[in-house]
Design a protein. Sequence first.
Length: 297
Amino acid sequence: MQINQDAGLSALIRGEAQRLCGGFAFTEGPVWVAADDCLLFTDIPNSTIHRWRPGSEAAEVYRAPSGHANGLTLDRDGNLLACEHSGRRVSVTTYRGVEVRAIDRFEGQRFNSPNDVVVDASGAIWFTDPTYGLTMPSMGEPGAQKEIDVQGVYRIAPDGVLTCVTREFSQPNGLVFTPDERRLYIGDSHDKIIRRYLVGDDGTLDAGELFVDMREADGPGAPDGMAVDEAGRLWTTGVGGVWVVEPDGRLLGILALPENPANLCFGGPAYSTLYLTARTSVYAIETTVRGVAPGSR
């Protein structure tokens, strides 16, 4: 692990990245489950959700098949939400795996391939819907046809009303709220940018602003998974590794790992461990910050 363009990031990191487990096809969607003291993450091509416990050298199967699940999160009731590429839906299940409901259509048309998902304090579900599950045979439903003419970002209100909150992205991917939920970050993995929006009381978004621009950065990767710490810093996988950005837009540095990470989350007893899914492996880095836990607001 190394820190590039270090403008204060080293003060937030304790020690080196540790490889926790490996041997996967393409890892994604990490989420820490405090109630079970474990990390869940997805292996998209193998259509499996895995569970890793501290002290283990290997992960176990939590759910298979998973519908080629990608992004995962928890709601305030402890239910697991999964963006399923081959199901072209967002499923909501109890932690034991009993399905509560699933969202698979907008105005009668099937989604492209839901990618990442967050839940706000009101219980509203927000998720992105790029086309990766349609265009990559190993990542989704064979022969699936695109039905919606946009790659949208959607919100499901607590009363079940589904709206498309923005249609301006080429391939919307990761998304995360600021700690106070007044702003929402959304990344575009095709255009290599992250935009920031003000969130209205009614769940609408303003016109937004360009917050992070990776278009001129060198190296593999693009904006993908995101997390925030309690101080409001944005931690996002991107070109060359993990970008850490202050709320004012100042880049603190980029963490480069042995494998380029696709997603990340905070977890552990103090929510100070940064877990990273990186291609064939899962890594952990100890930090001096505390992340915002899903479902905690």
